[in-house]
Ligand binder design. Structure first.
Ligand SMILES: C[S@@+](CC[C@H](N)C(=O)[O-])C[C@H]1O[C@@H](n2cnc3c(N)ncnc32)[C@H](O)[C@@H]1O
Length: 367
């Protein structure tokens, strides 16, 4: 089963929705602003040069809730500001929001329409909007039709879990610790190969859709250690540890856990660099690496909030495999919260057990 058929963030506006539980992702989107403004400056040029007459921009993996519009709003603002500062005519702008078909597109349709009218103060801005359901591992736009692509907090999702693990019935996270440790490198390598395939394809497809010189600003989860046997070599570890805990208490079925594979991979900075260089269509302008929680005050973020955020992201994947049950999902969130709260608190637990980073890149299409 592919990710496209299963994955969606929790829809709507309720307590468990992505809309209400995505502050960490929003913080990353805000941090991407500088790279987006730089990319727009590069695309629009200086006062002496003519900016493009029309610009098409797309956010890939936009999800739903307020975050869905953050990157495109930042981009549109950057274009308008740039044109005002350099006395350039405004281009016509097309804004596209993409996500997988099961995304809650209904809830973003209205807010997307309101994006159009936020800029009524400007002289005749033409802003056309559209939603593009589909996978970013497939062609989404015509050749040479986009000037700018952005994507936040999404490219660590694979098109599918590694087939070879499933075929050889090797669990992604064995309940037996000895077996888990002995197979850790095999599992890690299998995920790394799937990421390489998927990310190469993503770059190749976007290179076809972007005009030459077109820009891309993307962020995804990565990891810091290249030790394949380190405790924290997988992005899904925090989910697997909680489910393992629940299986050991008989809340979910152990056999079902053995056949559960989360299509997620957090690469090293080095792997991302090598794949981009190997694929060859893009030049890296800048690459930034940061702690997802740095600068977030404890008043804003805590173990409960992170557990609810994890639930909002992983619920569809868990429910698809284990069946739909509010009790299981409530217990899952409580287990994650409890695991993060142990010892000297969630920051220490995350740093020691699940030290993920956010990688943010600015790229230009060179060929
Ligand atoms: C954690 S959310 C991030 C949403 C938003 N960009 C943000 O920063 O808050 C990741 C999003 O990527 C989407 N996604 C994952 N794989 C995808 C794919 N192959 N094509 C399109 N969207 C995908 C998911 O459905 C989800 O909405």
């Amino acid at each position: 089963m592919s990710t496209k058929q299963i994955l969606h963030m929790n829809p709507g506006q309720g307590d468990t929705s992505y809309a209400r539980n995505s502050t960490v992702q929003k913080t990353e989107q805000d941090r991407m602003k500088t790279l987006i403004i730089e990319a727009i400056t590069g695309l629009c040029g200086l006062s002496s040069t003519s900016p493009p007459k029309s610009m098409a921009i797309a956010d890939l993996g936009c999800s739903s809730g307020p975050n869905a519009l953050t990157l495109v709003s930042t981009t549109v603002d950057a274009i308008y500001r740039h044109c005002a500062q350099h006395a350039q005519p405004l281009p016509e702008i097309c804004v596209f929001l993409n996500d997988l078909p099961n995304n809650d597109f209904n809830s973003i349709a209205k807010s997307l329409a309101s994006l159009k009218y936020n800029h009524d103060d400007l002289a005749d801005p033409v802003l056309i909007t559209g939603m593009i359901p589909g996978s970013f591992y497939e062609r989404l736009f015509p050749c040479n039709s986009l000037q700018f692509v952005c994507s936040s907090n999404g490219l660590h999702w694979l098109s599918k879990a590694p087939e070879d693990l499933k075929e050889s019935r090797l669990p992604m996270y064995d309940m037996d610790e000895q077996l888990r440790i002995s197979k850790r490198a095999v599992v890690a390598n299998s995920y790394a190969r799937q990421f390489k395939k998927d990310f190469t394809r993503f770059l190749n497809l976007r290179a076809q859709e972007l005009v030459p010189g077109g820009r891309m600003v993307i962020s995804l989860y990565g990891r810091c250690s290249d030790n394949p046997t380190s405790k924290s070599n997988q992005a899904w570890q925090v989910v697997a540890v909680a489910l393992n805990d629940m299986a050991s208490r008989g809340i979910i079925d152990k056999e079902k856990l053995d056949s559960f594979y989360i299509p997620l991979y957090a690469p090293l900075e080095k792997e991302v660099n090598e794949i981009i260089e190997g694929e060859g269509s893009f030049k890296i302008n800048k690459m930034q690496m940061r702690n997802p929680f740095s600068g977030m005050e404890d008043a804003l973020v805590g173990a409960k909030m992170i557990a609810l955020a994890i639930r909002a992201v992983f619920e569809s994947t868990i429910v698809f495999h284990f069946g739909s049950s509010d009790e299981i999902m409530d217990e899952f969130a409580m287990t994650v919260e409890r695991n993060l709260s142990s010892g000297s608190g969630w920051r220490a637990v995350l740093a020691a057990e699940y030290p993920l980073v956010l990688l943010c890149l600015s790229l230009t299409r060179v060929i």
